[in-house]
Design a protein around this ligand. Structure first.
Ligand SMILES: [Zn+2]
Ligand SMILES: [Zn+2]
Length: 242
């Protein structure tokens, strides 16, 4: 039972920082926060994504490219132009490395992104990534009560990119559309998205990318939005249109 708790805690803490900090804040700037809170969010993104830390600048630039070129050949991660999920991920890694190492001019997409050079270096360092993998493995050795539980261990290693690929693959392939006018292939995969905290409302999001709320119809639930509203209520963040 402890392993299941560890798994769920890691899944949702990593996902929380991906949807709230990397996506809604760093990429779309749907709200603002003080320098102090930005550092806290940055550090907790590093801590919860651990071995699969996603650099906020690279995430934001890739994500802005994704919106601009959604489901065309220039999209860094479209399931329409990749035969399978592995090919899509390899394409994403290629773009991620290109941004991280400044192989091309990304100045049109590189603005107002949270930066922390020391932590970015640490997060992308292979010794640090392997240390996190060692830590997850030690937790499993300590708390596993049945051998099948070890099957969950590799998920911890790739938690950040795994969430990204579920969203990019399923959210542009499976589900329904509310806005028939969106020219890409974005879909709403789950009407009540507790699995990905609202990230699977891709059709709603691509139709109105600046909306903090990814849900639209009465039955749709976006937990990421509910939490963000709460963060605004307790004054950790400030919503732009509030
Ligand atoms: Zn998308
Ligand atoms: Zn977006």
């Amino acid at each position: 039972m402890v392993i299941i708790f560890i798994f769920i805690a890691h899944w949702y803490s990593s996902l929380f920082f991906q949807t709230v900090f990397l996506h809604r804040y760093a990429s779309h700037q749907m709200f603002t926060m003080s320098n102090f809170w930005e550092k806290i969010f940055f550090f907790l993104t590093f801590l919860t994504q651990g071995s699969s830390f996603l650099n906020p600048r690279a995430y934001a630039i890739l994500h802005r490219l994704h919106h601009k070129h959604s489901d065309t050949e220039k999209d860094p991660h479209s399931p329409i132009f990749s035969k399978n999920i592995i090919k899509m991920n390899l394409n994403t890694i290629k773009h991620y490395e290109s941004v991280r190492l400044n192989k091309k001019d990304y100045s049109n997409y590189d603005f107002d992104v949270p930066r922390w050079p020391l932590l970015e270096k640490l997060g992308d360092n292979w010794i640090v990534r392997l240390s996190f993998i060692g830590f997850y493995t030690l937790l499993y050795i300590e708390f596993t009560t049945a051998s099948w539980q070890y099957a969950l261990l590799p998920v911890h290693f790739i938690m950040g990119p795994l969430h990204g690929s579920i969203v990019n693959w399923c959210g542009h392939r499976y589900g329904y559309t509310n806005d028939k006018k969106t020219i890409d292939n974005s879909k709403n995969t789950l009407p009540i998205d507790f699995l990905m905290m609202g990230e699977l409302f891709q059709n709603n999001h691509h139709s109105k990318p600046t909306n903090l709320k990814f849900s639209r119809r009465w039955f749709e639930v976006d937990p990421g939005y509910i939490i963000t509203k709460f963060l605004s209520k307790i004054k950790i963040i400030r919503l732009k249109n509030a």
